[in-house]
Design a binder for this molecule. Structure first.
Ligand code: PGA
Length: 249
């Protein structure tokens, strides 16, 4: 059985004070959910504040990105070791906004995945198709390719520790959600791609989230699907009540 994993991607939202307040509200709402991995991913500058606020709770800390080099002349970037020093356990890699606005490539995502695994961070690797690709009927092709490229050169054992997130780009922040059946089918195709490379055992172990306008009103239907192991939540992660309802799907 794969343990469900619900992660909040706060994107570029919340000041340090607001981070503290949101976490303080969230902790009691999800304290009795040991059967689900709960993660919050605030912006880099608020990781220390978040780590302090989360101490002793069952919520784990994640980051939204990292660089693949250990250190050096990479202005504005943050390394895996820096994240670990804050108690970060998870890192979102290859989010479509990073790919779209910051020029992230499959190759770069792959480098980051390898570095994250070596460092002991759990990568949450995002894949997803554009509306144009969906309408052209090449959704599976696109997301399977992204998956295989992101995981290129890692071992089957390492692959088991990767979390994948299927996020149709047209569903992110738009209020449009893939139907539960569609999301389940595409996630099934992604699992099959993992199987092609790493075998059945790894494919059955790897957790695959859905992301894109997931909210209290649709979480239970999505989470009831056999292939969907969790959610990567944007907008609805910014309200403690909404996020906790998703965690309790
Ligand atoms: P959304 O974002 O829930 O606001 O659609 C999801 C994501 O981009 O991770």
């Amino acid at each position: 059985m794969r343990k469900p994993i619900i992660a909040g991607n706060w994107k570029m939202n919340k000041t340090a004070e607001e981070t503290k307040a949101l976490i303080k509200d969230l902790i009691p709402l999800v304290s009795d959910t040991d059967n689900v991995d709960v993660i919050v991913c605030p912006p880099f500058v608020n990781l220390a504040t978040a780590a302090e606020a989360l101490a002793g709770s069952n919520i784990k800390l994640g980051a939204q990105n990292m660089h693949f080099e250990k250190s050096g002349a990479f202005t504005g970037e943050v390394s895996a070791d820096m994240l670990l020093a804050f108690g970060v356990k998870y890192v979102i890699l290859g989010h479509s906004e990073r790919r779209q606005y910051f020029g992230e490539t499959d190759e770069g995502v792959n480098k980051k995945v390898k570095v994250a695994l070596q460092a002991g961070l759990v990568p949450i690797v995002c894949v997803g198709e554009t509306l144009e690709e969906r309408e052209a009927g090449i959704t599976s092709e696109i997301v399977c390719k992204q998956t295989k490229l992101a995981m290129l050169g890692i071992s089957a054992e390492e692959a088991k520790g990767v979390v994948l997130a299927y996020e149709p780009i047209w569903a992110i922040g738009t209020g449009k959600t893939a139907t539960a059946d569609d999301a389940n089918d595409t996630i099934g195709a992604i699992r099959n791609a993992v199987k092609e490379v790493f075998g059945e055992d790894t494919a059955q172990s790897v957790r695959i989230q859905y992301g894109g306008s997931m909210k209290p009103g649709n979480a239970s239907e999505l989470m009831a699907k056999s292939e969907i192991d969790g959610g990567l939540i944007g907008g609805a992660a910014l309200k403690a009540e909404d996020f906790s309802q998703i965690v309790k799907f």
